[in-house]
Structures are given as structure tokens and as C-alpha cells.
Ligand binder design. Sequence first.
Ligand code: ADP
Ligand code: MG
Length: 330
Amino acid sequence: MVTRFKSVVIAALLLVCAPLARAEWIGSEEAIMGTAIRVELWHADRRAGEAAAAAVMAEMHRIDRLMSPFKRDSELSRINREAVKGPVIISKELYSLVSRSLDFSRQTRGAFDITFSSVGYLYDYQRQTKPSEREITEALPNIDYRHIVLDPARRTIRFARSGVRIDLGGIAKGYAVDRGIAVLKQRGVTHALVSAGGDSYVLGDHRGRPWMIAVRDPRERAQAVAVLPLTDRAISTSGDYERYFEADGQRYHHIINPRTGRSASDVRSVTIIGPETTTTDALSTGVFVLGVERGLAVVDSMPGIEAIIVDAQGRVHRSSGLAPPDGESG
Ligand code: ADP
Ligand code: MG
């Protein structure tokens, strides 16, 4: 009895003393891959915690060097130069991400397609320039994930026709978040958030409570369309407000419908929740292209995946696992 009482007292003292020990939340932010990378983690030792956050940033820089379409010496740029000429041997890492991208293309019936870039590269959202009708018509046949030929035995990639380009912008940030979480786990971190722009993963809980993650209203950015309690979960949002410009009364944004070579316009934002960020990132982009009905059909067919979609009229739609109880409006 006494010993038990003692241990309760000791536990209570430990709780009270915890703030005096050096355990604390550590936050870090950096601009990498053209977006804001954020790491928040809990660590018993401040210096070890800071080192862990720095290791995540280093991993993000490594992935950017490998996959950036803007760096001439990235492996991705080399593929885009050489894979039209014949099979190119590539790293295991890029091979597996391209291969997963093709899986997502099949799952979304071509809505997610890394060859979107065959037309997509003609848009410049900063300079506000876009391809002409004729340029789109000419390059459009080069968009088709089936033009990508992988050979697993030799670990090569080849493009079946000239004019094909790939860009991993719809999946690389989610992949980088998953890699960041893996780096933290290796260092024994059990409570953390890693995010790259609209792609996040929350590891463990927020010290006893779930992480509360807000899904922003795509037009009223200070407001939330939903606040979700999450633990050990990935969440990605794709929106038409991240990279866009307006011209002749139209919004030109960075999510391209592979069938038209133009910005997808059925919805304003798509949020996907799932077990890992590579998946939620690719699906948020793919479902954005598919629109409400076809998008929710794909999501509802995938176990463990949920979605919140804001349509072109601002109405909120949820997948079956998230639908509010009867009577409550979206
Ligand atoms: P972000 O997190 O950058 O806002 P998303 O996850 O919504 O982005 O993905 C948008 C990016 O995906 C674009 O900037 C482009 O690089 C790429 N992309 C655009 N359209 C497609 C598509 N149909 N399939 C795959 N990737 C795409
Ligand atoms: Mg995405």
C-alpha cells in the first residue's frame, strides 16, 4: 500500500517537475522546395531535439536536389533530358517514387499524372504567362502516364515518345514529409509535426491530446471549414489559391487536368487524410482533377482514406467516413 502510494507521489512530482527539466517543444521553419517547411517536436533534451529538427531540414534539401525540376543537375532534370533517347538508369529512390506515381495514375484513372508537365511546364505562375491554344493542342498528346516505361530488372526509365516531361510536384512534398518523419523516428522522437506547405504528418499526439489540424477555407483564409483531431495521420490539401494568376476573367492555377492541359476548375480545394503523406499528397492533387463525385467515389473505395472537398460554389463535401451526423449541414 505504502509503496504504491509512494509511487503515485513520485509520479505526481515528476509531472510537476517536468517543466523544470529541459524537455520542451522545439519549432523550426525553413523555405525549401519552394514552400515553407515546418517541424515541431517534443524532446527530453533540447540539443538533441534541435539536432533532430536540423536533420529533417537536411533531408528536405537532399530530396530537393534530387527532384527539383528547376535545378539542371537534379536527377529529375537528367531524366527529362535523356529518357526520350533511351532507357536511363536511375536511383532506387526515384525509381520507386515514379513507380508509385504510376500506381496513383491508375487509381485515379489518369487524373494524377506526372507527365502533366509536358504541357504544364509552359505555364509560369510568377511571370503570369501561359501557353497558346496551339501550343496546348500540340503538346497535349505528350501527357499520358503510359508513355513512361519502367524496367524493374535494370532499374531504368524511358519515355515512349518525344516531348514527354515529368514533374513530381504533386507527390514530392508528401514524400519529403514521410522521410522527415522517418528521420525523427530513427532518433527516438515520438511526438512531432512535419509539414511542407499543404502536406503534413502528425506523429503521436500533442502530449496527451490529438493534434488539432484546421482545414482552411479556400477563399476566406482566416476561417476553417473543418478542424480535425489527428494522431499518427497524414493530411494534405490541394487548392486553387496556392499558385495562380488571373487573366481574361479566368483563374490559371497549378493543378492541371491531364485531359485538357488546362487548370482543373471543378473544385476549390481538396483535403485528404490517410496513413502516409506520399499517398495523401498524390490523392489530393488527383481528386482535385476528378471533382466532387468521381473524386469521392475513388476515396470511398480506398480503405483508410478520407476527404473534405470544397466545390466551386463553396459547398463542403465529405467522404463517407467523415460525413457529419444527420441533420448537421456541411
Ligand atoms: P502544393 O502542395 O504544391 O500546393 P499540390 O499537392 O496541390 O500542391 O500539387 C500541385 C502540384 O502538382 C503542381 O504544382 C504540379 O507540380 C503538380 N501537378 C499539377 N497537376 C498535376 C496532375 N494532374 N498530376 C500530377 N501532378 C500535378
Ligand atoms: Mg498533392
